[in-house]
Ligand binder design. Sequence first.
Ligand code: MG
Length: 424
Amino acid sequence: MAPGTEPTDSKYRGLVDDMRGGVGWRDLRTPDARRADERDVEITDVRCVVVEGNFPWNLIAVETDAGEYGLGEAFPGPASEYVAFLRPGLVGENPFDVDRLVEHMTQLLSGLGGSLGYSQAAVSGIETALIDVVGKLTGLPAYQLMGGKYRDAVRIYCDCHAGDAPDADPREIYSPESYAAVAREVVDEGFDALKFDLDVRTEAADTATRRLSNDAVEHKVEVVRAVRDAIGSSPALGFDLHWNFSVETAERIARGVEDADLAWLEDPVPPENVDAHRAVTDSTSTPILAGENITRVEGFLPFLTEQAVDVIAPDLQKAGGLFEFRKIATVADAFDVPVAPHNISSPIGTMASVHACATVPNAFALEYHAREVDWWDDLHGRDEPLIRDGEIQVPEEPGLGIDLDPDVVREHAAPGESGLGLEE
Ligand code: MG
């Protein structure tokens, strides 16, 4: 199919045509004249299926006329509609031009907040699928396409949850002992890095103020101490506050847990304000982490230039894709800031993140958020679990080096969704 001729079965074809017309001076479609024979490959379809994991996993397939397809993943859920929007703008394009297609997609979505939110999530998932298919067509693993690797395995940190009796008194559910018990289990499973939510509600309070009583702060401090005592000083330990608190309450929590030598305290204050982050960071020796809601390198820049955080957590299924992650991590490294990527995805997004983390010096741990999803490993159809001894080996197979079991995808597809069509 020639560039510019889209399938007629997209409800977005007219809109995409309009976008092309509106941005005609900067034409990012495939330049015919630059096609060498061996690169004369075209995208023939882009599909997305939403699988119901513990979050909606938007699994994406990019098909080509060269007999290979690529897989990717976008987060969060409604990104699937943005993938559908982009499809008529991608069919006929050359998948080898990954960077140009990222800008082409971002430009097509410019009226929908192109570099932000669901737009950039869809771009991220498609970008990953492009890298996967280019890897398969060239015989190179994804990490090699990104410049080679610093490590053969990527350390995985396990996101954990304590408390499993929703009708009981919150102080009993979220007791320091319950956290400590889960922490011991996770370390026994082989992880040497873990994280818990610390923003659970344990008292009647006017939550709109974002302020906590001294008692409530002390409860959080006791939880952190109990977990650290249970696992010893060696494992990397983080706690997540999910943007819930005022600067003064965040500072009291961060200072209160300094003795626990955390790897990080995550998202203590609302995500938008760089100065508020810097105030918390400057007030404590506890490292402050943020960034799972930020897209593209330009979003991270003020947090780095203002030294507002100690660790950043870009989400590769949201922030712009694997190459964009490399830009973010590279700039962070220039400011001596390490990276612990956010990841709540299926094995596809997780393995994509593993490849990218292998290619930068400063990625020290990658999140795994599906401990309670007992079919997570069934999705990739390998005999062995992906995570062993708290890490994932970087694959040497072409592309991402991971596939999907179409039966498991169909079994867990959201209502109204079918498979990815890979089995045909
Ligand atoms: Mg978080």
